[in-house]
Design a protein around this ligand. Structure first.
Ligand code: FAD
Length: 324
């Protein structure tokens, strides 16, 4: 079996789990093994069914009082215990912060190797050599790696694959696994999560209006807010902007900010430094507005307007309003 650890939150499978199942499905097919899911801390039938829609044939559920809230040690031990019992050919999880943390805990407990943030995984057989590419530095560095292990633990780089439901997804067989977990494992527990924004978030917005140093001040972001409102999007920014205190860090796009995946990213007054680009490159279309025709963002964008953003942004908003 190829076992996929399923990240979930408030009764839904996270994007990381859907992407890991999509990758796991292809790998399981290549290896000629069934695809199994590991659901830690919940045995909700809806979650099991959703894993089935992404191709899981079986789902092992582990429910225990120390797993009621997320805690990396307890979740890592639960995964380790499942691996001891099920002896899967490989274990995969989505390379989110939680996914990598839980898999690192499990790997240490099992004394097995973990390769994180992989794309393009090529399986070996038995104790054969697996090869994979893995992304570092938020995707700006790709490493070719080799791994010799009877039972590799891997995580998939987030957003390196589009999650796709299985063509013939069916109701998986759910199996409750009773695991003895010590209360001392509950050392770090997430007790609450506060979502600080309602509605469209930067990471899910269909349109992002980005502003960089070229915007010039905190007040000068008002026209970008206007345009975002008209398009039902969100304002993002570069680190030069957060460093200047013009916008909060939660608005920053990039390596040390948010990775965005909108239909359209309008990057205005942003030069397109590599650390910004890694957070913006998954946008489906990019429109750069910049006074410099040589700016990296202009060169890489699908469309570019060489103009002063202070004239161009209000002009776009006015035209959209006129056409509405
Ligand atoms: P600049 O590079 O100064 O570019 C300003 C642009 O605005 C120029 O292209 C200019 O032609 C244009 N412009 C000026 N006036 C106008 C106008 N009136 N109209 C139109 N265009 C105009 N950066 C990020 O963004 N996100 C990150 O997550 C991030 N992480 C980093 C992590 C590390 C470890 C390091 C070292 C750096 C990181 N950076 C990050 C910083 C990054 O290297 C750049 O310094 C930053 O992105 C530059 O921001 P900018 O494009 O707004 O500014």
């Amino acid at each position: 079996m190829l076992l996929v650890v399923l990240e979930h939150e408030r009764g839904t499978l996270g994007e990381a789990a859907q992407q890991a199942l999509t990758v796991g499905r292809g790998l399981a097919e290549q290896m000629g093994v069934p695809l199994g899911g590991a659901l830690i801390g919940d045995d909700d039938a809806g979650l099991v069914a959703e894993a089935g829609a992404y191709g899981a044939e079986t789902v092992s559920t582990v429910v225990h009082e120390v797993l009621a809230d997320f805690g990396p040690e307890a979740w890592g031990e639960a995964v380790a215990e499942l691996v001891r019992r099920l002896e899967p050919a490989a274990v995969l999880a989505g390379g989110s912060e939680r996914g990598n943390e839980v898999m690192a805990q499990a790997a240490a407990r099992l004394d097995l190797p973990l390769v994180a943030n992989c794309l393009d995984i090529r399986p070996g057989t038995g104790a054969g050599e697996w090869t994979m590419t893995r992304q570092q530095w938020g995707g700006s560095l790709l490493e070719d790696a080799r791994l010799r292990s009877e039972r590799p633990l891997l995580t998939t780089g987030l957003h390196t694959v589009t999650a796709e439901r299985a063509q013939s997804g069916s109701e998986p067989v759910a199996e409750a696994v009773a695991v003895d977990l010590d209360a001392s494992l509950a050392r770090t527990m997430v007790k609450d999560r506060v979502v600080l924004e309602a509605g469209v978030t930067l990471s899910t917005a269909p349109v992002v209006i980005g502003g960089g140093r070229g915007v010039g001040s905190a007040e000068a972001f008002a026209p970008l807010e206007e345009l975002a409102k008209v398009l039902g999007g969100r304002v993002g920014c570069s680190r030069a902007v957060t460093n200047n205190g013009w916008r909060p860090h939660s608005d920053q796009v990039g390596q040390t900010g948010t990775r965005i995946t909108p239909e359209v990213y309008i990057a205005s007054g942003i030069s397109g430094a590599i650390q910004h680009w890694v957070g913006a490159k998954a946008s489906k279309h990019i429109l750069a507005i910049n006074t410099d025709p040589e700016a990296n963002m202009v060169v890489k964008a699908d469309w570019a307007v060489i103009a002063d953003l202070h004239e161009m942004i209000p002009a776009i908003t006015a035209e959209l309003r006129r056409r509405a």
